[in-house]
Design a protein around this ligand. Sequence first.
Ligand code: ADP
Ligand code: MG
Length: 289
Amino acid sequence: ATPTALMVGTGRGAQLGILIKGPEVLESTRRVDTVVLDKTGTVTSGRMTLLDVVPAPGEDGDELLRVAGALEAASEHPIAQAVARAAADRGPLPAVDGFANVEGLGVRGTIEGRAVVVGRPRLVDAVLPPDLDDARQQAEDEGRTAIAVAWDGVARGVLVVADAVKPTSAAAVRQLKDLGLRPVLLTGDNAAAARSVAAGVGIDEVIAEVLPADKVDVVKRLQADGATVAMVGDGVNDAAALAQADLGLAMGTGTDVAIEASDLTLVRGDLRAAADAIRLSRRTLATIK
Ligand code: ADP
Ligand code: MG
């Protein structure tokens, strides 16, 4: 590859809203055949809203939200921010002792003497009564995320949060497929929500309920199976997978950690730029081969 052509390609990338770390990056896109897409913040907006508060029989919804909101106020997770915001809108929040974040699962802490857990049902480790489990299942089937709230070992309710699929994501997936690439949705979120989002944008392959530390192993496994992998992500929990991928693409709207781990940055956070980048690299390399 001639340095000049690669430089031209890099300049064209900048016009398309694609920041390329070095001219040589265009070459590593050549063999990419699989595109792993993070769900939250990449295919979806990542801006969560609290949609529903479902107290267990005998529990009070306002109290559920007040306690869960207090705990989530100490977390920076997008789900936590949505819950904390909604709770703070309704009134003052109690203090939290011994806050702990359980990466990819949820949060714990002590509030007014109660040991509170908020997060994935499996973290909460309390059986959801049938009404709550139905609410959880229905929310997940609609592509939403159900967060369980428990204290003192008893499930107290479910909070339903969701963000929206970005308006450009379906077109982006179509373009990636037209380029002959295999899209795979990867997420820490529940499988039903992941499948619902995937169906909405035209992705058939879904790998869900993956802990942050295990996302990199998913990329390694695909590579071991012979795939040449591009990974698109935005979060701190995507950084290792972005670095492991043959080509890492970060959302410019995402975290600095993800951007630093990547070869390319999609400045506007528009997934269509991922297809633009691959098209550009192919064209650039075709002119210099
Ligand atoms: P993603 O891969 O979609 O970016 P994460 O790995 O950050 O998601 O989180 C996976 C799941 O863990 C979330 O969908 C949620 O169910 C749960 N979770 C993580 N952090 C929190 C939190 N602070 N509050 C509630 N649930 C959480
Ligand atoms: Mg994300």
